[in-house]
Design a protein around this ligand. Structure first.
Ligand code: NAD
Length: 429
């Protein structure tokens, strides 16, 4: 691979505040330098293994034939089958898909599950597609990338605008081509067709485990912690619920519509009922209405950004009052903000650790499908806890040994694991 294939196209965009993917690769560079990675291996790890571009013809309901563009990128498969979601979105680009595939590589290595990293995407606006069109798009995209797919080679999962129904179509299409049912080809499936119990809650649950670890490291406990959570979807609502169940006081919650603050604590189940009835948090009466920026700088011990990337900017970072930030979302903190938080002594549990509970239970789903033997929910949760707490301990050991931030410690651990696998296998070059 030449420099032209580098996913950091120009030095100028390096550390761009609005580019979380560049930010991620900049952190990779930092870790590689500290690990004194040899230049050849550095070049290998900075290059995607395989990038596939496909044209996807889809018959619209009107009878018109349309062609969409889709991508699948396998970034690194040295540690096992590639693992990564598929997104349907108008903003999908090959560069972004490549960077997200790299991100998956580090995340899987960090929690030490035997997967490499991949990502896929189709440029489309799913809101303008009928269910039938979405199904035909999914099936044709699956058929177009079928050579890379498989439980031993590349295992997709849901991502932006894809869900368990899309995973079911992928599983069926792949199985029709293979002439037998292959449930382990995707994760994030409905439980009734080989999905795992506990998968839906896994990311939020993982956030709870690492937050508990971080509090303990600071000599605090969940029972006394005041928590603010941005985003009340899959990750945020589960994290808020579980943190409250462990004794924390949830003082602030928000979603796209705005947020609510109550220093005495919010009843998360009651907020959930409100959202079920009204479709949004804004207007919830048992607290003070706040904006999303106000939530990020609210008076709390733990802040869980669990909505979007790039929300904690350098402008916000100065006002953050939390002692711990648990990054439920991917890329919520920009690099300049990271520096400010570090100076302030805020303990940031980085995304690749904080939200790795999801991919960990995806791994459990793949294992259960291959075993043909399904675990009860307690077993899933206990094994998730074991992996999250072990990973947290390993990251902290790295922090202490190298005197680096938890984020750089995560990248050092992950990059070292992938590099070690390459060294042991030797290079077919
Ligand atoms: P979701 O769609 O279920 O929920 C997103 C929430 O964020 C909603 O409550 C929405 O109202 C809110 N939101 C959207 N725009 C907002 C804005 N501008 N300001 C404040 N809130 C806003 O999504 P999710 O699955 O909970 O994912 C949230 C984040 O976590 C994403 O970054 C995702 O990539 C990451 N993540 C999710 C998983 C998973 O298993 N679901 C795993 C790893 C990482």
């Amino acid at each position: 691979m030449t420099e032209a294939h580098s996913i950091r196209p120009e030095k100028d965009t390096f550390l761009a505040e609005d580019d979380p993917f560049e930010a991620m690769m900049e952190r990779f560079d930092h870790a590689a330098k500290l690990l004194q990675l040899d230049p050849g291996l550095y070049r290998v790890l900075r290059s995607p293994e395989k990038q596939i571009i496909v044209s996807i013809p889809v018959m619209r309901d009107s009878g018109e034939l349309e062609v969409f563009t889709g991508y699948r990128v396998l970034y690194n498969t040295s540690r096992g089958p590639a693992k990564g979601g598929i997104r349907f979105d108008l903003h999908v680009t090959l560069d972004e898909v490549t960077a997200l595939a790299a991100w998956m590589t580090w995340k899987c290595a960090l929690v030490n599950i035997p997967f490499g990293g991949s990502k896929g995407g189709v440029i489309c606006d799913p809101a303008t597609l009928s269910i039938g069109e979405l199904e035909r798009l999914t099936r044709r995209y699956t058929a177009s990338i079928i050579e890379t797919l498989g439980p031993d080679s590349d295992v997709p999962a849901p991502d932006v605008n894809t869900n368990e129904r899309v995973m079911a179509w992928i599983m069926d299409t792949y199985s029709m081509h293979m002439r037998h049912t292959v449930t382990a080809v995707v994760t994030g499936k409905p439980v009734a067709m080989g999905g795992s119990l506990g998968r839906r809650e896994a990311t939020g649950r993982g956030c709870m485990f690492v937050t508990r670890g971080a509090l303990a490291r600071l000599g605090m406990s969940l029972a006394r912690a005041r928590v603010a959570v941005q985003g009340f979807g899959n990750v945020g609502s589960v994290a808020a619920n579980l943190l409250a169940r462990e004794g924390a006081t949830v003082v602030a919650l928000s979603d796209k519509s705005g947020g609510v603050y109550n220093a005495k604590g919010l009843d998360v189940a009651d907020v959930e009922r409100w959202v079920r009835d009204r479709g949004q948090i804004a207007g919830y009466p048992k607290g003070e209405g706040i904006s999303n920026d106000e939530l990020l700088t609210s008076d709390c011990d733990v802040l869980v950004p669990a909505a979007l990337e790039n929300v904690i900017t350098k402008k916000i970072a100065g006002g953050v009052r939390a002692k711990i930030i648990c990054e439920g979302a991917n890329g919520p903190t920009t690099p300049p903000a990271d520096e400010i938080l570090e100076q302030k002594g805020v303990f940031v549990i980085p995304d690749i650790l904080a939200n790795a509970g999801g991919v960990t239970v995806s791994y459990f789903e793949w294992v259960q499908d291959r075993e043909g033997y399904f675990w009860d929910e307690d077993t899933v949760n206990q094994r998730l806890e074991a992996i999250m707490t072990r990973s947290f301990t390993e990251v902290m050991a790295m922090v202490d040994r190298h005197n680096v931030s938890p984020r750089i410690a995560c990248y050092m651990l992950a990059v070292d694991r992938v590099a070690t696998m390459h060294r042991l296998r030797g290079m077919y070059a």
